[in-house]
Write a protein that binds this ligand. Structure first.
Ligand code: NAD
Ligand code: UGA
Length: 459
């Protein structure tokens, strides 16, 4: 099929490259001239494993092209995908749909024959109706159908997620449109991806319900991690112990500094708003947002406690700045909250991130960037791991210990084995592992903690 994608960001670019990779003829449009010029030179605007190679391959095969000219690309295609951003509105947290609506109006002006208008951006329930109304208003005679096709890819593993999705959700009422969508995704459904065909509003809601559920899972395990520290339990084992229950599932049960990223925080706010507007507040989602916001402050207090009650005048080495590994995306990264608070508490921060430093530097004034993990740690009073990049996993802990002024490692992602860290001579503080040194002084549960210690000693 001949497909046009509007928006050359994480979703648009990956969708375009993957659809071209599965045999379609794709044109990706963006209004950002510099971005399109770079893409034409083979330079990716985002850090995403495998993307550059897939783009190069599909461009060379003549199946993928880039342009800033929306109208000719829409006039020539059978399906146009809207993949522009839907950030939160600063005033009320609702999804800002101005880019989606602007693109809908531009598409209307360019329609030439029956065209599928596919909303892939994450949009609140009812947005498809509005997109349809905008197009109908501008071009009453045009032949088109608006379909919702939310995207579930994760940054860092976007190509694998797109090519082997758990499911493809398509929402619409028009039979011709739905069969065209089924044809478009045939390479993926033939490879085993289930196609969930629903009405448009249901498809729009599925996307928010999925993201919020995943965020609830993370929030829950983070609260359980806090409890683990109090009672001398180990959250890693709790996650495994509950995750093996197939009704719960093992994924998204990693405790950490709280979820971030371009989507969970904004989508939770947007769903909360939609629910409130309909008089059906989602208390679980509201609570998870509050708990996750508070978590960054808890992490700051944890770091300061581990440092002996103050970071005033201390050098803190920070490993990892992005909201998760394998991306350079800094949107709603935990580091953006934790680091300024440590600076306010008097710390000097020296940070290293394998891919995020260029984006992070302007967002984190006062943070010195280092060229490696060990360079960040040189003569530091403590090291704090915020993002679990694979290269940190293989850090030589003896070398890290020798590099630090004080042998203290605060691991907010439980990346390291406590025994290995302690064997290297590091004082090791992690998340939700009740045997960590900072959990023990808490006296409220002394008998139980003592009992646990006793059990650990015999096991
Ligand atoms: P992004 O900010 O990375 O990219 C959006 C692109 O759209 C930008 O390049 C921008 O220049 C372009 N754009 C904006 N207005 C335009 C216009 N009028 N004409 C042409 N181009 C225009 O955004 P993203 O992260 O790809 O997210 C896009 C949507 O997909 C959002 O709704 C998001 O919630 C959703 N989503 C994102 C992810 C993810 O992992 N990032 C995953 C699933 C869904
Ligand atoms: C998330 C969803 O996983 C995708 O399905 C969805 O398409 C996307 O949002 C979106 O709508 O944009 P993404 O934000 O790329 O993907 O990253 P995730 O892997 O989901 O991680 C989100 C945040 O949760 C990160 O800060 C991560 O560190 C944190 N997380 C994740 C945990 O703290 N624990 C976990 O067990 C999993």
């Amino acid at each position: 099929m001949n497909i046009t994608i509007i928006g050359a960001g994480y979703v648009g670019l990956v969708t375009g490259a993957c659809l071209a990779g599965s045999g379609h003829q794709v044109t990706v449009v963006d209004r950002d001239h510099a971005r399109i010029a770079a893409l034409k030179r083979g330079v990716m605007p985002i850090y995403e494993t495998g993307l550059e190679a897939l783009v190069a391959e599909t461009v060379a095969a003549g199946r993928l092209a880039f342009t800033t000219a929306l109208a000719p690309a829409v006039a020539a295609c059978q399906a146009v995908f809207i993949c522009v951003g839907t950030p939160p509105r600063p005033d009320d947290g609702h999804a800002d749909l101005s880019s989606v609506y602007a693109v809908a109006a531009e598409i209307a002006g360019a329609l030439d024959h029956f065209t599928l208008v596919v909303t892939k951006s994450t949009v609140p329930v009812g947005t498809g109706d509005e997109v349809e109304a905008i197009i109908r208003d501008i071009r009453p005679e045009a032949r088109f159908a608006v379909v919702s096709n939310p995207e579930f890819l994760r940054e860092g593993v976007a190509i694998a997620d797109f090519m082997r999705p758990d499911r493809i959700v398509v929402g619409g009422e028009d039979g011709e449109a739905l069969s065209l969508m089924a044809e478009l995704y045939l390479p993926l459904t033939e490879a085993g991806a289930p196609l969930v065909s629903v009405n448009r509003r249901t498809a729009e809601l599925i996307k928010y319900a999925a993201n919020c559920f995943l965020a609830l899972k993370i929030t829950y395990i983070n609260e359980i991690a806090n409890l683990c520290e109090e009672v001398g339990a180990d959250v890693e084992h709790v996650s495994r112990g509950i995750g093996l229950d197939s009704r719960i599932g093992a994924k998204f049960l990693k405790a950490g500094p709280g979820f971030g990223g371009s989507c969970f925080p904004k989508d939770m706010l947007a769903l909360m708003k939609t629910a409130q507007d309909h008089g059906m507040p989602l208390r679980s989602v509201e609570t998870a947002v509050a708990v996750n916001d508070a978590r960054k402050g808890e992490m700051v207090r944890k770091i300061i406690r581990a440092a002996g009650g103050s970071v005033q005048g201390k050098t803190v080495a920070v490993l990892g700045l992005t909201f998760k590994p394998d991306t350079d995306d800094m949107r709603s990264a935990a580091s953006l909250v934790i680091l300024p608070r440590l600076i306010k508490a008097g710390a000097h921060i020296r940070a290293y991130d394998p891919a995020g430093m260029a984006h992070a530097a302007p967002l984190l004034p006062g943070v010195a960037m280092a060229e490696s993990a060990l360079a960040a740690a040189r003569d530091a009073d403590l090291v704090v791991l915020i993002t679990e990049w694979a290269e940190f996993r293989t850090l030589d802990l003896d070398q890290l210990r020798a590099t630090l002024k004080t042998p203290l490692l605060v691991d907010l992602r439980n990346l390291f084995d406590p025994a290995a860290a302690e064997q290297a001579g590091l004082r090791y503080v992690s998340v939700g592992r009740g045997a960590s040194p900072e959990a023990m002084p808490l006296t409220g549960h002394q008998p139980f903690a003592a009992m646990q210690q006793g059990l650990l000693a015999v096991s």
